[in-house]
Design a protein around this ligand. Structure first.
Ligand code: ADP
Ligand code: MG
Length: 745
C-alpha cells in the first residue's frame, strides 16, 4: 500500500523540516559532522536515525535506498485499475465529507486532469478517518497524488494516496514527479522525513567532500555524482549506473584491505620449510592407493610455498572424502624432513584423536615422533631409531642442488635449529589446546583442518608468530567463489576437484515420517549385509544444554527398532574418553548402528558404514547435510542417505531435493546460498571484513571480480602504495581497518 499521507499537525515534528526555509550555515558541512551539529533535525528524529546506525553526515548520505518508486508523472488519468501506484496531477473540483458506520468519516476529493479532454475521467481520492486531510485540501487547489487507482463501482478511486498541494514546490520536487527513493526506515521516521533530510543535505554538501576513492580504471565520474544519483536519479539508467559505481567503490575498498593483508603477510619474515622429498616419496610409495591427479597437483603447489622464503598462506578446499588428510601429511613430512615441527589442528576432540590414529598408522613405519595434545588425552609415540631428522635435513640440503623442490635455489637455505630429541615432530591437537598450552621450539608448519570451525581471529593469532610458520588451512565446506574472494581473499587457494576413484556412490532420498516402516526395513537389509549405519538426530547447538533425557529416549527407541543389532549413543555431553571408546567400537564393527548428534559431522571415517538416516532433516542447512552424508560412501560400497522429514511443506522438499540431485559440494553450496542468502555464510564478525552497505555478494559477483582485479593490479605495480596517485589508497585502507571488527580476540 501507499505510504501515509503527510501527517501534518499530528505532532510528528515534520513541519520543522519541511517548512523551514533553508538556513545558510555558518560553516560548511563535512562528512564527519554529527547530525546533531547540523542543528536542524529534531531530537526524536535524531534518536530514530541513531536506531538505524546513522550518526554522521556520511552515515546519512550512505544510507542507500532499498528501492526506488516510479513517481514520474503518469501521462494521463487512468481508465483502469493498476497494481502499481502511479503519480498524477490534477485540479480539485469537488470535496465531500460523509459519515458511515456511526462515527466513522470518509473524506473525498475529486480531481480532474488539468488539460481535461472529453475522454478523461475524474479521479476520486478517498481518506478514511483522517481528520487532518480535510483541513488541507480545498476545491480549486492543484494536487499531486501517488497511489493505486482502483475501480469502485463506476468510479476510479485512489484510497489514502500520498499527496501534496501545489504551492509547496520544493516538497513536490522531493517526493513526486520523479523516481523517488524508498529507504530502510524505522518507527518514528517516515520515508518523507528521511527523503527531505537527505535531499537538503545533498544540496548543501560540496562535491569536494565526497572524494572519489576508486581508480579511474574501475569507475567513471565522481563519487558526488553517484551519491546524488543513487538517492534522486534522473532516470533508471542513471540509477543503475550510480549503483554500479558505488558497489564497485565499496568492493574496491574491501579488496584493497584484503590485498594489503595479503601483501603484509608476504613480506613477513619466514623460513624455507621444505625437505628434499625423500621421505615424502617413501610415504607415497607405501600408500595403499594411488594419489589422485588433484592431490598430486595440490601437493606440488604446497611444496612450492614451503620452499619459498615468505610464509605460506594457503587454503585447501576439497569436498568431504576428497582426501585432504593425505595432502596435509605430505606437507608435514616435507617440513619435518627439513628439521621443523608441524602442528595439526582439529576443531574437535574426536577429530584430533582420529587424525592422531591415522598419522600414527601411516607414519610410525617411518619413525616420526607424533604427539597428541587434547584436553582429555596427552600421549605420544616415541621416536624410532629408523628416522633421523638431522640426517634427512642434511640429505635434503645435498639434494637441493639438483632438486625441483625449491624455486629459490639462489637463496641460501635457513639452518633449522634442531629439535631436541624428546620433542615431537608432529603435534596433533584441538586448536584450543595447541594454541594456548603447547610451546614449540621450532614450528615450521601449521595445518588447520576444517577451517569453518575456526574464527579468522584464531588464524590471525597463529600466523602472527615470529618467525612466521607456513599455514595450510583446509576446509570441506565448499564456498561459492565470490565468497572465497572475500572471506579467504588474503589466501592462495588450492582445490581438490577430483574424488578418489574407488568411491562408492551415495544415493540420497528424501522421505517423510509416513514412510518410516519402509525405511526401517531398508536399513535392516544394510545391517544384514554386514554394513553399519548412522542415525543422526538434530540438536541445534551442541553447546546448548543438551536434553540428555530426550537423547536417551531416542536411543531406546532405536535399540528397539533395530533389535537385535547393537546400537551405541553418541552426543556432545559424553565425556571425551568415553566418546573415543564409542567411536572406536563403532569403527571396529562392534556396534552396528551409531545414534548420534552432529558431533560426528566432520572428518570421521568408517568405510563400512553405508547408510545414514537423518531425522528432522528440514532442520539442517543443505551444506551441513552434505557434510553429514560425507560420513558414508567412504569405502567401495554403494551407500544410502535417507533424509527423513517431519514437515511436508513444498519448500522443505524442494530444498532437500537439491541433495537428491547432486553430490557436488560446490553445487550444494551455491544452492544453499540461493536459499539462505549470504548471512549465514558470511558473519561479518567472522569474516573480519567491514559490513557491506550496498553491494550484494551474490548478485554482484562480477563487480567483485573487477574490483579485486583492480586492487591486485595496484598492489602488484606499487606494493608500498608510494606513487603519488596511489597514496590516497593508504588512507582508504586505514579507514577500512577502522570499520572492521577487531581481528584478534
Ligand atoms: P577429507 O578430504 O574429507 O578429509 P580424508 O582425507 O579423510 O578426506 O580421506 C577420506 C578417505 O579416502 C580416507 O580413508 C583416505 O585414506 C582415502 N583416500 C585418500 N586419498 C585417496 C586416494 N587417492 N585413493 C583412494 N583413497 C584415498
Ligand atoms: Mg578431513
Amino acid at each position: 500500500m501507499g505510504e501515509r499521507p503527510r501527517p501534518e499537525g499530528n505532532g510528528d515534528g515534520e513541519d520543522a523540516l519541511a517548512g523551514s526555509p533553508r538556513r545558510p550555515l555558518a560553516k560548511s558541512i563535512e562528512l564527519s559532522h554529527s547530525l546533531e551539529e547540523l542543528d536542524r533535525i529534531p531530537r526524536p528524529k535524531l534518536l530514530a536515525l541513531r536506531r538505524l546506525g546513522i550518526e554522521t553526515v556520511e552515515d546519512l548520505l550512505t544510507h542507500f535506498p532499498r528501492r526506488h518508486e516510479d513517481r514520474t508523472e503518469f501521462p494521463h488519468f487512468p481508465h483502469e485499475e493498476s497494481d502499481v501506484p502511479i503519480c498524477l496531477c490534477g485540479d480539485v473540483i469537488k470535496t465531500s465529507l460523509r459519515r458511515f458506520g456511526g462515527w466513522k468519516k470518509i473524506f473525498e476529493a475529486t480531481l480532474q486532469e488539468s488539460q481535461a479532454n472529453a475522454l478523461s475521467e475524474p479521479l476520486v481520492c478517498r481518506w478514511f478517518n483522517l481528520h487532518y486531510v480535510q483541513k488541507m485540501i480545498a476545491t480549486g487547489q492543484r494536487l499531486v497524488v501517488f497511489g493505486k487507482p482502483r475501480l469502485r463501482g463506476k468510479r476510479i478511486c485512489m484510497d489514502h494516496p500520498e499527496f501534496e498541494v501545489i504551492e509547496n514546490d520544493e516538497e513536490i520536487s522531493i517526493h513526486f514527479r520523479r523516481i523517488t527513493p524508498v529507504y530502510p526506515a524505522t518507527e518514528g521516521l517516515s520515508q518523507r522525513v528521511l527523503r527531505s533530510i537527505i535531499y537538503r543535505l545533498l544540496n548543501e554538501i560540496s562535491d569536494a567532500e565526497l572524494e572519489t576513492s576508486a581508480p579511474s580504471s574501475l569507475v567513471q565520474g565522481t563519487r558526488w555524482q553517484a551519491i546524488r544519483a543513487i538517492h534522486f536519479p534522473e532516470s533508471w539508467e542513471a540509477r543503475d549506473a550510480a549503483r554500479e559505481y558505488l558497489v564497485l567503490s565499496e568492493f574496491f575498498a574491501m579488496q584493497m584491505l584484503i590485498a594489503s593483508r595479503r601483501f603484509d603477510a608476504s613480506t613477513r619474515v619466514g623460513h624455507v620449510h621444505c625437505g628434499s622429498g625423500v621421505l615424502l616419496n617413501k610415504f607415497i610409495k607405501a600408500l595403499p592407493f594411488e594419489l589422485t591427479g588433484a592431490q598430486v597437483k595440490v601437493i606440488a603447489e604446497i611444496r612450492r610455498d614451503l620452499a619459498a622464503r615468505h610464509p605460506m598462506n594457503r587454503l585447501l578446499q576439497g569436498d568431504v572424502g576428497s582426501g585432504k588428510t593425505v595432502v596435509a601429511i605430505a606437507a608435514m613430512l616435507l617440513a619435518i624432513e627439513a628439521g621443523y615441527q608441524a602442528a595439526f589442528m582439529a576443531p574437535t576432540q574426536i577429530l584430533a584423536e582420529q587424525h592422531y590414529d591415522v598419522l600414527r598408522g601411516w607414519l610410525e613405519p617411518f619413525g616420526a615422533h607424533i604427539a597428541l595434545r587434547t584436553a582429555a588425552r596427552q600421549e605420544e609415540t616415541g621416536p624410532l631409531p629408523l628416522f633421523d631428522a638431522q640426517g634427512f635435513a642434511a640429505s635434503c640440503r645435498e639434494q637441493q642442488a639438483g632438486s625441483l623442490c625449491s624455486p629459490e635455489r639462489a637463496i641460501p637455505r635457513d639452518e633449522p635449529q634442531s629439535i631436541a630429541p624428546e620433542e615431537p615432530q608432529i603435534v596433533v591437537g584441538t586448536h584450543a589446546v595447541l594454541y594456548e598450552n603447547v610451546s614449540f621450539s621450532n614450528l615450521g608448519l601449521v595445518v588447520i583442518d576444517e577451517q569453518h570451525k575456526f574464527g579468522v581471529g584464531q588464524r590471525a593469532k597463529l600466523t602472527s608468530r615470529e618467525p612466521a610458520p607456513d599455514v595450510l588451512v583446509m576446509t570441506a565446506t565448499p564456498i561459492p567463489r565470490t565468497l572465497t574472494m572475500t572471506i579467504y581473499g588474503d589466501l592462495d587457494v588450492s582445490v581438490i576437484d577430483e574424488m578418489p576413484r574407488n568411491r562408492g556412490r551415495i544415493i540420497t532420498a528424501v522421505r517423510d515420517a509416513s514412510n518410516l516402516a519402509e525405511v526401517l526395513s531398508f536399513l535392516r537389509t544394510q545391517l544384514e549385509a554386514g554394513h553399519q549405519l548412522y542415525v543422526i538426530y538434530p540438536l541445534i547447538d551442541e553447546s546448548e544444554k543438551l536434553d540428555v533425557k530426550a537423547a536417551s529416549a531416542e536411543y531406546e527407541l532405536w535399540k528397539e527398532r533395530l533389535h537385535p543389532y547393537r546400537c551405541e549413543l553418541l552426543h556432545g555431553r559424553i565425556p571425551a574418553p568415553e566418546k573415543q571408546e564409542i567411536m572406536e567400537r563403532f569403527r571396529r564393527g562392534e556396534a552396528n548402528a551409531l545414534i548420534s548428534t552432529t558431533v560426528i559431522e566432520v572428518g570421521v571415517d568408517v568405510p563400512n558404514a553405508t547408510a545414514m538416516l537423518v531425522e528432522n532433516a528440514e532442520r539442517f542447512g543443505l551444506a551441513q547435510l552434505h557434510q553429514l552424508r560425507g560420513r558414508i560412501g567412504r569405502g567401495g560400497h554403494k551407500s544410502y542417505c535417507i533424509l527423513l522429514t517431519s514437515d511436508q511443506q513444498r519448500e522443505t522438499s524442494a530444498k532437500l531435493a537439491v541433495l537428491e540431485k547432486t553430490s557436488n559440494g560446490f553445487e550444494v553450496a551455491e544452492a544453499d546460498w540461493e536459499l539462505r542468502g549470504p548471512g549465514d555464510l558470511l558473519g561479518t564478525a567472522q569474516s573480519g571484513l567491514p559490513a557491506l552497505k550496498i553491494g550484494d555478494l551474490k548478485k554482484d559477483a562480477d563487480l567483485m571480480r573487477r574490483a579485486r582485479a583492480a586492487a591486485l593490479a595496484i598492489f602488484e605495480a606499487d606494493p608500498g602504495l608510494e606513487l603519488p596517485e596511489n597514496q590516497r589508497f593508504q588512507r582508504l585502507i586505514v579507514e577500512q581497518q577502522g570499520r572492521t571488527f577487531s581481528n584478534v580476540s
